[in-house]
Structures are given as structure tokens and as C-alpha cells.
Write a protein that binds this ligand. Structure first.
Ligand SMILES: [Zn+2]
Length: 260
């Protein structure tokens, strides 16, 4: 997907003097915009010896000058051997380790009322599924998900990864998969103008109108979740493996049986 304009419409059967015809009914003109972009400084890769910007062929050849006036002539095989600096200030962008080599990661749990969280934009950086193997873990996870789905809390998980601090939301996807959705940190996110919706103060009439509207939509089947474009070339047709997906309740029952 990329930013562009789309016309949202639905195809509905319309009865014209006893003859049923399919008609395209316009619903809305949408402008697709990227939710957030990560703010990054303009950087340069420089020679750690002399500070010049090496020429890049297959590797990097430095044509800079050493402080003693001699040509540097250093060669580097990979960009990671170069020193990344902020172009404007020369400041070294050095990724410091936040955890030790084999340190166990301790993540912290937080809650925020959904209405308070709504003032921020939560652009996704990455999305991951999670698994849990012990009963206590499964039970606690279930409580947290109930809090997020039913009690209007946003459950926030923060921890230090090797070089980056991660912020994610523990939640369930539209397919009820338990996910950790890593969001872009507030101070690194360039927010675009997007749309927000508030579900408070709905009237009986609002709900009735929504019901009538959605009743006119055709039912989706698996076909709507499948693409037929160039990306499918060379890929063997395969069924979605559902045994891989575990249900939290099933895990809890399985653990109970094993414990007996
Ligand atoms: Zn150099």
C-alpha cells in the first residue's frame, strides 16, 4: 500500500421496475496517508581515522587527509566499519549497548486509560505474535487482554533491547491473535494528519443507521483475503496452517491436564 486517493464504494443489487441490477454506490473518497514516519537526522558515513567521507565502490576507499598531512588511503569492506555522524553537527551516532550480552530481558507493564491514550498517534513500527508456556503466564496474559478489550485500558510493555528501547502495546488483533505491537516512540514520530473516531455518546439512532448500512454490505469470504498478482508467481499454493495458532484457553486447559 502507498499514499494515494481511493474511492470507497459498494456494489449493491438495485431493483429497477422488477429487474435486479448491480449498482456501484459511492461511500467515501479517501486519501490514504502514512500514519507516522520515523524522524531521522541527515547522517554521513565517515572514515574513523581521518573523518573524510570515503568513496563507495564495492567497498569504501578513503581519499581523506590525516592530521599530519599524509593521505589517509584507508579501505573498508562494509559500511558498519565507518563512523556515522549527524551531517549538520558532526555528532557521532554511536549505538550504545543497553543490555549485556546474555542478559535476561525484564519488560515492564503499564496501563493507560484508552481515552487518555487517544491523544497520541500509535503508528506501528513492528507487529509480533507471542506464545506462552506456563499456566501462570497464560492466566495473567488473559487478564491483561480482558483489561485491554473490555475495560478500556491500553496495556503498554516497555523494555531495553540490545541497542534500542522498545515500546509496545499488548493487544488482540482483529483475528483475536495476541500481539505485541511495537509503536514508534512519541519523540521519534512525525505525525501525519489522520482521522480519529470517538465512540462515546452514541444514540440509539446512530446504531440503527450503522446496522442498516452494514446490512447492505456483501459478506466477505476467504477469497477477499487472497491476492492474484505478481507476488504469487513461483509460490506453491498452500493452505493456511491453523494448528500453529494456539488459543489461550486451550493452552490453559492443556497445562491443567499435564499437571494432573
Ligand atoms: Zn580516512
Amino acid at each position: 500500500m502507498r499514499p494515494r486517493n481511493i474511492n470507497l464504494s459498494m456494489v449493491v443489487p438495485i431493483d429497477i421496475m422488477g429487474v435486479t441490477k448491480l449498482q456501484n454506490v459511492p461511500i467515501a473518497k479517501l486519501k490514504i496517508v502514512k500514519l507516522v514516519d520515523q524522524i531521522k537526522p541527515v547522517t554521513e558515513l565517515t572514515c574513523p581515522k581521518c573523518g573524510a567521507v570515503p568513496k563507495h565502490y564495492e567497498g569504501y576507499d578513503c581519499g581523506g587527509t590525516m592530521p599530519n598531512g599524509e593521505p589517509c588511503g584507508a579501505k573498508y569492506g562494509h559500511w558498519s566499519h565507518l563512523k556515522k555522524i549527524v551531517k549538520a553537527t558532526g555528532e557521532w551516532i554511536k549505538a550504545e549497548r543497553l543490555i549485556a550480552e546474555k542478559e535476561e530481558i525484564h519488560a515492564h507493564l503499564w496501563k493507560m486509560k484508552r481515552e487518555d491514550f487517544a491523544q497520541y498517534t500509535d503508528g506501528t513500527a513492528n507487529e509480533y505474535g507471542v506464545t506462552v508456556s506456563d499456566e501462570m503466564g497464560a492466566l495473567n496474559l488473559k487478564k491483561l487482554l480482558i483489561a485491554s478489550q473490555m475495560l478500556d485500558y491500553v496495556i503498554i510493555v516497555t523494555y531495553n533491547d540490545t541497542f534500542q528501547q522498545t515500546i509496545s502495546l499488548l493487544t488482540a488483533s482483529e483475528a483475536n491473535t495476541v500481539i505485541l505491537r511495537e509503536i514508534l516512540p512519541l519523540n521519534l514520530a512525525e505525525v501525519r494528519e489522520t482521522l480519529k473516531v470517538k465512540f462515546g455518546g452514541l444514540t440509539e439512532r446512530d446504531i440503527e443507521e450503522a446496522k442498516a448500512f452494514v446490512n447492505r454490505l456483501p459478506e466477505a469470504t476467504e477469497e477477499q483475503l487472497i491476492v492474484h498478482d505478481y507476488r504469487t508467481i513461483g509460490i506453491e499454493e498452500r493452505k493456511v496452517v491453523s494448528e500453529k495458532v494456539q488459543d489461550l484457553t486451550t493452552i490453559l486447559e492443556k497445562i491443567k491436564v499435564e499437571a494432573k
